[in-house]
Design a protein around this ligand. Structure first.
Ligand code: SAM
Length: 479
């Protein structure tokens, strides 16, 4: 039986510092042994991860990247899962130094009505998305859990043509076991909560309000598990503190969850600090540069081979594609980070007389500035020549393949047998219902190539049959 209030003793700063010191001393030969070990797909220790994070020889760095690409392709093939965030409320009682939702930012706040949610969801569905990440600021009065679960019901109930949302991941503030049970009952896919920073001192410096309670925030996943949620997603907001410390701490947290609950995080996200209304990046001395960011992603790919890794539209297009190759398995696309921004609710209210990039001070003020403004279709068009296959699959969650069941399948690589055909089936739906003619044309050779990766032969044949059924009008076929 879990205590609601616990101390986050599983994050031990002394152990992190010692791992970083030990990792710093690894010779190139020892680093190469770590890289070889990672290819066995059993993960790495804190010290081994630290050794990768200290590499400064370009040749060794290249070897880390090569291993990351290899592991990614072995486990995930060339599939990339797509999703869109949906910001439903920017009411917030916190005053986090990095966030546009902070209480000190004085602009009219908005919480979407159920009717507005329906309108936003239709826009997202009309792009071709099947997955939503629901996002909200923390405010128990203006945005209570009952509102979040009602919003989830509205999202699942909203259809536009052939479009439906089949999985909702939820990113809301740390809460109680009781409220996690409510999220579970409402059909949450993954519960996502970013740690922001694992460093206690920094954590208390950048937060003010209920979120400033480090122990409450850091033990949220324990309460989520106690509430019956077995898919959780973690992340550090890179730019608040030293990136090597944060990355080792993140692995420490993941290993703790794995040891305690028999299942590690389902996903790790890599948010990196972006400019936002009411904050300046100049006030954050730990901003992570592109090269270090790539190292973080690749080193974690080697350390937790079976965990899904997510990159958001915070990153710019060209750089995003580079990072995807190093281990990312899910990306967001066509994202809007303001409340009501998909359907231009605020623009309508002001007769469309405003530039939608210049929203500061309006109710749909974005939580941060997006770096990749391409549409979903443009992103897919750009990724196809690189051999990637977009996936809108949500089959695991709907077939009960979550938590321990999912990890057991993933670790024996059997998941690959289902993921590849499911990616193709959902991509075919996208091509039939939403793709531009140019994307459709580019997809033909890509689909043929990807079909050859469906094994065994009888599964490939069945996949071909189902692709034809989709072309003939059937939807939501999966293995
Ligand atoms: N209110 C929830 C909480 O407290 O965790 C959800 C947070 S918010 C909707 C999602 C995430 O956006 C935050 O956890 C934070 O990591 C990230 N974020 C906030 N401000 C940001 C910024 N300026 N740049 C990049 N990411 C930011």
């Amino acid at each position: 039986m879990i205590e609601e209030r616990q101390e986050a003793t599983f994050i031990d700063e002394q152990v992190i510092i010692e791992a970083l010191e030990a990792g710093k001393k690894y010779s190139p030969l020892a680093v190469r042994e770590v890289i070889s070990k990672s290819l066995e797909l059993n993960g790495l220790s804190l010290e081994e991860l630290a050794a990768l994070l200290w590499v400064d020889d370009p040749e060794l760095e290249h070897e880390v990247y090569t291993a990351a690409r290899k592991i990614k392709e072995q486990i995930y093939g060339k599939r990339i899962v797509f999703f869109a965030p949906l910001y439903v409320s920017n009411h917030c009682v916190n005053n986090c130094k990095y966030c546009a939702y902070k209480i000190d930012n004085d602009y009219p706040r908005r919480r979407l009505s159920m009717d507005e949610i329906r309108r936003e969801v239709k826009v997202i569905e009309n792009m071709g998305h099947k997955r939503i990440a629901l996002e909200a600021g923390e405010d128990p009065v203006n945005c209570p859990i009952e509102y979040i679960t009602a919003a989830m019901k509205q999202i699942y109930d909203t259809a536009s043509g052939n479009g439906t949302i089949r999985r909702i991941n939820v990113n809301i503030a740390a809460t109680t076991v009781e409220e996690y049970k409510m999220l579970k009952d409402a059909g949450v896919g993954t519960y996502v909560l970013f740690q922001e920073t694992y460093h206690r001192d920094t954590y208390s410096k950048v937060h003010c309000g209920p979120k400033a309670d480090y122990d409450w925030h850091t033990t949220a996943m324990d309460r989520a598990f106690a509430g019956g949620i077995d898919d959780v997603g973690m992340g550090v907001l890179y730019g608040l503190y030293d990136w090597r410390f944060e990355t080792v701490a993140l692995l420490m947290h993941a290993q703790y969850l794995d040891k305690t609950y028999g299942v590690g995080p389902h996903t790790i996200s890599f948010p990196r600090l972006r400019p936002a209304y009411g904050m300046s990046l100049d006030n954050f001395p730990y901003i992570v540069n592109d090269n270090d960011f790539k190292r973080i992603v690749a080193s974690l790919r080697l350390s937790v081979p079976y965990t899904g890794m997510i990159l958001s539209t915070r990153e710019e297009p060209f750089f995003r594609e580079e990072v995807v190759a190093l281990g990312i398995s899910q990306i967001s696309a066509g994202s809007m980070t303001g409340v009501g921004e998909y359907s231009g609710l605020d623009e309508k209210a002001t007769s469309g007389a405003v530039d939608d990039r210049n929203t500061c001070g309006r109710p749909d003020t974005p939580q941060f500035d997006v770096g990749d403004h391409r549409s979903l279709d443009e992103i897919i068009y750009d990724l196809l020549p690189e051999g990637y296959i977009p996936s809108f699959c949500t089959a695991c969650y709907r077939s009960g393949r979550t938590g321990e069941n999912f990890m057991a399948l993933a670790k024996t690589a059997h998941i690959h047998e289902m993921c590849q055909p499911n990616a193709l089936l959902t991509f075919q739906e996208y091509l039939c219902d939403y793709a531009s003619p140019a994307t459709r044309q580019r997809a033909v050779p890509a689909m043929e190539r990807a079909l050859m990766d469906v094994v065994p032969e009888n599964l490939r044949q069945e996949c071909r049959n189902r692709l034809e059924r989709i072309k003939a009008g059937e939807r939501d076929l999966y293995f």
